[in-house]
Design a protein around this ligand. Structure first.
Ligand code: GRF
Length: 200
C-alpha cells in the first residue's frame, strides 16, 4: 500500500478530496500523515476528523527553517511515507526533505505551467493572472518539486477550455474539478505501477 504524506497550509480542500479518494475501492494508497505549517489550519482539523495523524511543523515552533525542515523529514520517515504530495503548501521544501525524498515529492498547481507559476503565484493570484491574459484554455499541472517554486519537471498535465465571460468563480470551479480528477488519477497510477523516479 502506497503511503502518502501530505504537506499543506490552509483550507485543505484538496487534502479532503485525497482523503475521500484514498478510501474508495480499490484502496491502493493511504494518507499516512498530514503536515501543516499553520497550526490553526482547517487542513489539520480535516485530517484529525478522518483519524489521520496531523502535525503542525513550522520555523516558529522549531526555532529555524532548517530545524523545521529536518522535523518534516524525520516525521515523513517515521510514518514510512513513500510519496510526498504538496496540496496547497505555501512554503519552500527544505534541503533535508528534498534530499531524503528525491523524485518522490509532487505538487499540484492550478495552471498550465510554466504559465502563471512561480513565487507569489498561489491562491487567487493564479486565477487573476490567467484572466489577465488572452488564454482560452487553462488546466492543472502535477510536477516534481525542487528548491524553487513550480519549476520541477512536469509529471502530468490536463487542460480545459473556459469562457472568461463567466468570471473567476467559474474558472476556480472548473480548475478544482480538473485538479481532483488529475490528482486522483496520478496518485492511483503511481500506487498501481510503482513509485516514480526523478526523471519522467
Ligand atoms: C490546490 O487547489 C492547489 O492547486 C494549490 O493550492 C490549492 C489547495 O488549497 N497548490 P486548499 O488548501 O486545498 O484549499
Amino acid at each position: 500500500m502506497l503511503q502518502v504524506g501530505v504537506l499543506t497550509s490552509h483550507e485543505g480542500s484538496l487534502l479532503q478530496s485525497l482523503i475521500n479518494d484514498s478510501r474508495l475501492e480499490p484502496v491502493v494508497f493511504q494518507i499516512g500523515v498530514v503536515i501543516c505549517n499553520n497550526c490553526d489550519a482547517n487542513a489539520l482539523r480535516r485530517a484529525q476528523s478522518s483519524g489521520i495523524p496531523a502535525i503542525c511543523i513550522n520555523a516558529k515552533k522549531f526555532g529555524t527553517p532548517e530545524r523545521a525542515d529536518r522535523a518534516i523529514f524525520t516525521t515523513l520517515e517515521k510514518f514510512r511515507i513513500d510519496l510526498v504530495f504538496l496540496a496547497g503548501y505555501l512554503r519552500p521544501v527544505g534541503p533535508a526533505t528534498l534530499g531524503g525524498f528525491q523524485g518522490r515529492i509532487l505538487n499540484s498547481h492550478p495552471s498550465l505551467l510554466p504559465k502563471h507559476g512561480g513565487k507569489g503565484m498561489f491562491g487567487s493570484y493564479v486565477f487573476q493572472s490567467i484572466l489577465e491574459t488572452n488564454d482560452e484554455a487553462s488546466g492543472v499541472t502535477i510536477h516534481h518539486v525542487d528548491n524553487k517554486y513550480d519549476t520541477g519537471p512536469t509529471l502530468a498535465q490536463e487542460d480545459f477550455h473556459f469562457n472568461r465571460d463567466q468570471g473567476v468563480d467559474a474558472l476556480i470551479c472548473a480548475t478544482k474539478e480538473c485538479e481532483k480528477a488529475l490528482v486522483t488519477r496520478t496518485i492511483r497510477n503511481i500506487a498501481e505501477n510503482g513509485v516514480i523516479g526523478p526523471n519522467v
